[in-house]
Design a protein around this ligand. Sequence first.
Ligand SMILES: [Zn+2]
Length: 139
Amino acid sequence: MSAPAKFIPDPDGRNADFYRHLAGGTLHLQRCEGCSQVFHPPRFRCARCGSDALAFDPSPGKGRIFSWTVTHRPVDPGWAAEALPYATVVIEMEEGIRLVGGWRGTLEEIRLDLPVCAEVEPANESFGLIYFAPVEQGD
Ligand SMILES: [Zn+2]
């Protein structure tokens, strides 16, 4: 018997736009064309200036670890095949927003403010996963 598949969400609304880019293998963040504010999760109007002229711009995917949690026993059996324990990280992106993703380094490497880079893993035609890996200092 094979392992159960990971649950793949089917996002809608503005979230669908964000995940469609991940499905294509790239990280894009929503930005207001009126005042240049970047936000996440995606919105219908800018929280700063009220404009509805919002676009998705490519992100270099760089940030720093803001927080993390370590999973020792997955609740979803679809994740049971992952090497345990694994970490989920909250990243403060250079654009000023925070993203949550899986960790692609060792648990011993994790520390506050560690520089990281996003890695996108398409899951299907409308959804992709975000992971973060440590970057060497000076990159
Ligand atoms: Zn704005």
